[in-house]
Design a protein around this ligand. Structure first.
Ligand code: ADP
Length: 528
């Protein structure tokens, strides 16, 4: 299609009723209609759908939209149908359709009515469908949630790996990958796996200047703390994320008995209850949803005023997605996460049953969450850096919107202690996980240490000027810094990295943030 022939602003108004494009939409749409492979990285709410819907509606042929979520596809199809008098303008093709329905879909596509065909990646592996799609004009293939192709994304789906192969069978059609989560590593994976290194990439900023980021130490008083927080935001909408269904139920109940209108939401509830609770939240019959990560995908409530993480998520991608549901209207959005190293250990344990490669990735992603929680630098800068974006923490938009910037934490020089720690790890000959290393440093014996006669070594107890909590925190920060590594196979044996050996030879300043207050609940994690 020739760009001169078409006024995309007019088409935008005609189909969607909007008078302006949002962010990079116009450039993306132009790239698509001029048949370029295109890669779109925009945060949730950035307006990705329109980037492929509009070009699909105004071009000849059918655009195939691959999406992993059947429920979301149905919503999108309904939304598109509402823009047109023609029901067949958009269809979903999946295995739940009857023969008659499938025939109708095929008829609409063949006659040129269908502009958007939503498919799940597994449907595209069906030979029958592929053969049919080869016989009709395809305008382009859009791959939504493209990060599902990468093991380093937060939602790896092996079916996505077949997509390139299938698309090739459809002939020379342009491909559009779209995602809201793209660390540099994931971006590289997407381009490689979709074989589209020639794609024109459009990346919107991930900065959400209206969101306030805060991390609090998780203590036994967390429930009272959450209640206090919600009461300070009386009558406002919020989401509380928990890792387990049980916790969701518990917290919802605690809130209810404390006079806060809250409902639980998790995959263990039946579909009817889930739908009811979701509607209650959207219609503002309740203020708070306490949920597992099952809640939120595709929820477009603009005035969510706070997102609380009762437990830390397993990656910063998830954290960004979940916190991103706050303040979508540009108004206040407070993102509060409770952090305890015990939760990290729980997540690690949970992962330990998985295949080694998956574990390795899982641990690496989790370390980033730990680093984020423990950092004393601008949280916004940390997050944006994670997504490959530079942010000026002095002058950037939203620079003062986090706890670390508002209340800077003290940092102390820990050069000598880091050297001592690395030497102990090296000199105990890579036998120990964090716990025994800390015991060796503070001079405490246990059966393992006795068995190795470590208590007879000259360095035993060399770090007893500091307590075990100090050393645990230092180990975590040193791990994040890459001076130590954790062995995957043995699940946690500490090793000195090359960078660590270089540090021992030539120690440099290591500023340890004294930010983390330790709670009693964390104590248990260390000594058990
Ligand atoms: P994403 O898929 O990136 O999360 P959506 O496609 O769901 O984002 O769009 C988010 C919201 O922005 C939707 O409510 C959509 O209607 C709205 N939107 C998209 N494009 C425009 C535009 N050009 N002008 C105004 N609103 C828009």
């Amino acid at each position: 299609m020739n760009l001169d022939e078409i006024d995309i602003h007019k088409e935008l108004k005609k189909y969607f009723g909007f008078s302006q494009f949002k962010g990079l939409q116009e450039q993306v749409i132009k790239s698509i209609i001029t048949k370029h492979n295109t890669f779109v990285i925009m945060p949730t709410g950035g307006g990705k759908s329109l980037c492929y819907q509009l070009p699909a509606l105004i071009q000849n042929g059918t655009a195939i939209v691959v999406s992993p979520l059947i429920a979301l596809m149905k919503n999108q199809v309904d939304a598109i149908r509402s823009l047109s008098s023609e029901n067949g303008i958009a269809h979903v093709l999946n295995s739940s359709l009857t023969k008659t329905e499938i025939n109708q879909v095929k008829k609409d596509i063949t006659s040129g009515i269908t502009k958007l065909l939503y498919v799940a990646p597994e449907s595209l592996t069906k030979e029958e469908y592929v053969e049919f799609l080869q016989s009709v004009p395809i305008s382009f293939v859009a791959i939504d949630e493209a990060h599902c192709i990468s093991e380093w994304g937060h939602d790896f789906r092996p079916e996505y790996r077949n997509l390139r192969h299938i698309i090739k069978q459809l002939g020379d059609v342009p491909v559009i990958g779209l995602t809201a989560t793209a660390t540099p590593k994931v971006q590289e994976d997407i381009l490689k796996n979709l074989d589209m290194s020639d794609a024109t990439t459009f990346k919107a900023s991930f900065n959400r200047p209206n969101l306030f980021y805060e991390v609090r130490t998780k203590t036994k008083n967390i429930e009272a703390d959450i209640i206090r927080f919600i009461k300070q935001h009386k009558g406002k909408s919020g989401i509380i994320y928990c890792l387990s269904r049980k916790k969701v139920e518990e917290i919802a109940e605690v809130l209810q008995v404390n006079g806060i209108s809250a409902v639980p939401y998790h995959a263990g509830l039946d579909a009817k209850t889930r739908a009811k609770h979701q509607d209650m939240f959207l219609m503002e019959d309740v203020d708070v949803v306490v949920a597992t990560i099952a809640f939120g995908m595709g929820i477009d409530k603009p005035d969510v005023r706070f997102v609380i993480h009762h437990d830390i998520p397993k990656s910063l991608e998830s954290y960004y997605q979940e916190t991103g549901r706050a303040g979508r209207d540009g108004g206040e959005g407070h993102c509060l996460a409770y952090y305890s190293y015990k939760d990290v250990e729980k997540l690690e344990k949970f992962m330990s049953g998985k295949p080694v490669a998956e574990q390795e990735i899982g641990f690496a992603l989790l370390q980033e969450v730990v680093a984020y929680a423990e950092t004393s630098m601008s949280r916004r800068k940390f997050l944006l850096h994670y997504f490959g974006e530079e942010f000026d923490s002095e002058t950037g938009d939203g620079a003062d919107m986090d706890d670390n910037v508002r209340n800077p934490k003290t940092k102390v020089e820990a050069k000598d202690q880091v050297k001592m720690l690395l030497e102990v790890v090296r000199d105990t000959k890579y036998l120990y996980k964090s716990k025994e290393i800390v015991f060796t440093l503070i001079g405490r014996v246990n059966a393992t240490i006795k068995a190795h006669r470590t208590d007879a070594q000259t360095f035993f107890g060399c770090g007893s000027d500091y307590d075990e909590r100090y050393w645990m925190a230092l180990i975590r920060q040193v791990l994040v810094d890459g001076l130590l590594t954790k062995d995957i196979e043995t699940y946690g044996i500490l090793k000195v990295s090359d960078k660590g050996h270089a540090f021992i030879k030539n120690p440099v300043s290591f500023m340890m943030s004294e930010d983390h207050e330790y709670s009693e609940s964390e104590d248990e994690a260390i000594v058990t």
